[in-house]
Design a protein around this ligand. Structure first.
Ligand code: PMP
Length: 302
């Protein structure tokens, strides 16, 4: 496996930081996770520009100046896929304050950028084949971060301690995935995924007030509207979630994962439900480059 570090290919184990680096000790790295899809037109980044734009937004929130432009970073992502000759693949890109310092703000503004390419089927945790299987969810006592305390739209490594706490508390409780509530008690999202409910034919998802603007979330909203479905972004109470006809998580790698139960209460009469299946197929077609309306989401690596 070859990693890309500041313009050079290196073995992944050579991408390291000192423990006292700002990004390790303060959790200030910003990152993105992307899918490389094996589409009919060839290996392609799925919504690569959107991921890169989100990374730049996260960096801005951290006061971090990236030493690379957006187009150059897209080129680096593609070069890393080519160097690893892998598709489908996962890409993880980090920008971080790499140098040691003891103060709260980074003492040296040097930012390193690293890209890792991996075989997503080798990810630890769930078996890859099961990532789209119906999953039991539970409402977590650990809440999503308060939008007044952090940059909720940024993917900053330190933010994920809260998602980690939620998963840790859920481990061993019999449900594989968590639903985190926002600071007001409305449904927010999964630990690192967005969530949707289908109620009376309408496709509902929490507003962006307290959830990450997931790129898969955005794709699913567009696909649903194009299918003529009514999409509503709104506040959803946990009690309403339990009464939904269907529920599913969305995110890079998992794409669209049906939720079969919440805290042991089955969701709807059939899982996956018909709307979930329709949207999952539409998303799979977009990934595969089978629907030319969504070729705009693919950028070929060759
Ligand atoms: N919410 C959070 C907190 C996440 O970390 C992610 C993964 N990036 C998502 C939602 C899903 O976003 P995407 O569809 O862009 O992967």
């Amino acid at each position: 496996m070859k990693a890309w570090l500041n313009g050079e290919f290196v073995p992944p184990e050579q991408v390291t930081v000192p423990v006292l680096s700002h990004s390790f000790s303060r959790g200030s790295a910003v990152f993105e996770v992307l899918d490389v899809t094996a589409s009919v037109g060839g290996a392609a980044l799925f919504r690569g520009d959107d991921h890169v734009n989100r990374l730049f937004g996260s960096a801005e929130a951290m006061g971090m100046t990236l030493p690379i432009g957006r187009d150059e970073l897209i080129d680096a992502l593609k070069a890393t896929v080519r160097a690893n000759a892998l598709a489908p693949a996962g890409l993880k890109v980090f920008a971080y304050f790499a140098l040691p310092g003891l103060k709260l703000l980074p003492e040296d503004p040097q930012v390193d950028v690293a890209v890792f390419c991996y075989d997503p089927t080798e990810l630890s945790g769930d078996n890859w084949g099961e990532r789209t299987h119906p999953v039991a969810a539970g409402v977590s006592a650990v809440r999503r971060l308060d939008p007044h305390a952090v940059a909720i739209q940024a993917k900053i490594s330190g933010h994920y301690v809260s998602a980690y706490m939620a998963r840790l508390a859920a481990a061993g409780k019999g449900h594989g995935r968590v639903i985190m509530l926002d600071d007001r008690g409305f449904v927010a999202e999964g630990a690192a995924s967005n969530i949707f409910f289908v109620s009376g034919g309408a496709v509902c998802t929490p507003t962006l007030r307290n959830v990450l603007a997931g790129i898969t979330r955005d794709s699913v909203i567009e696909l649903a509207r194009d299918l003529g479905l009514d999409v509503q972004e709104k506040d959803i109470l946990p009690a309403d979630a339990l009464r939904a006809d269907e529920a599913f998580y969305t995110g890079t790698h998992i794409q669209l994962r049906p939720v079969e139960s919440i805290d042991g209460t089955p969701i709807g009469s059939q899982c996956p439900g018909p709307v979930t299946l329709k949207l999952r197929q539409a998303l799979a077609d977009a990934y595969a480059g089978r629907d030319e309306r969504y070729l705009k989401w693919l950028s070929y690596v060759e």
